[in-house]
Ligand binder design. Structure first.
Ligand code: OMP
Length: 271
């Protein structure tokens, strides 16, 4: 999916919601455990109920690969199930020497046909650019993450006085463009989102951290929105585990709808 198509979908749905699929056998409703593939049944129900409000789905690969070979099969089935006009993110946080990155890219872009993959920048240019060589596929580079540990490295200032995340943003601008490169910017870093936006005015941000991690959607939009929205805001647990009962998919729908309604207002305010 290209940027124009993504923006068109955002406008059409008045939403920049990404539903995170982090399916955990210990958290999904107990009645699903007797199904042949409980994780698939769970994701299927969530996707069917939230697709009206979501412009992206982000399966977190860890939750699938933890189940071994069956988990990979389930992931492929889930990827296949997501409506084709919705942007897909393989949240895999990969990155390795060039020839290895190339095969990670093939795995997620060709074998499973994801639109994008999250990539760690730590190993530098040759670990990231193999992912950028696929037409209409995207790298979502970790820049300023939502977790407490982001303070350990990402805010350390280099000799030039710039925090590491800023160097990641600036350097990676030489590798990709707003047509194939997004950044992960955590919603929990409210005021800093504006700083990131100054450095990379055009690129989309994938923003995790609203919902269970407590980030503010209003702040994300205030500091991060650009003229093509430029935001995909993810919520995983806040939507998919809003109910642990038989009504889980309907309750997930309500949560997704609530976020979409707030996003509609924010799009009207800032676009
Ligand atoms: P919830 O906190 O349940 O909404 O889930 C957040 C999701 O986003 C999880 O799948 C995390 O792995 C992911 N995530 C973060 O929480 N923080 C980040 O900085 C980056 C990500 C990510 O790359 O998606």
């Amino acid at each position: 999916m290209n940027r124009a198509e993504l923006f068109a979908q955002i406008q059409q749905k008045s939403s920049f919601l990404c539903v995170g699929l982090d399916p955990d056998l210990e958290k999904i409703p107990a009645h699903l455990l007797s199904e042949p593939d409980p994780i698939f049944s769970f994701c299927k129900a969530i996707i069917e109920e939230t697709a009206d409000f979501a412009v992206a789905y982000k399966p977190n690969i860890a939750f699938f690969e933890a189940l071994g070979a069956k988990g990979w099969e389930t992931l492929a089935k889930v990827a296949e199930l997501i409506p084709k006009d919705i942007f897909t993110i393989a949240d895999a946080k990969r990155g390795d020497i060039g020839n290895t990155s190339k095969l990670y890219a093939k795995a997620f872009f060709e074998s499973m046909n994801f639109d994008s993959i999250t990539v760690a920048p730590y190993m530098g240019k040759d670990s990231v650019t193999p992912f950028l060589e696929f037409e209409n596929k995207w790298v979502i580079l970790l820049a300023l993450t939502s977790n407490v540990g982001s303070l350990d490295f990402q805010l350390i200032k280099g000799e030039d006085g710039k925090p590491l995340y800023q160097s990641v943003l600036e350097k990676s601008q030489e590798w990709g463009s707003p047509e194939n490169l997004m950044y992960v910017v955590g919603a929990t870093r409210g005021e800093l989102i504006g700083e990131v936006r100054k450095v990379v005015p055009e690129n989309f941000f994938l923003v995790p951290g609203v919902g269970a991690q407590g980030g503010s959607l209003a702040d994300v939009a205030k500091f991060g929105m650009n003229s093509t929205c430029g935001l995909l805001v993810n919520s995983s647990r806040g939507i998919i585990y809003a109910s642990g009962e038989r009504d889980f998919a309907k309750v997930a729908r309500k949560e997704a709808e609530k976020l979409q309604a707030e996003m509609k207002g924010l799009l009207e305010m800032y676009l």
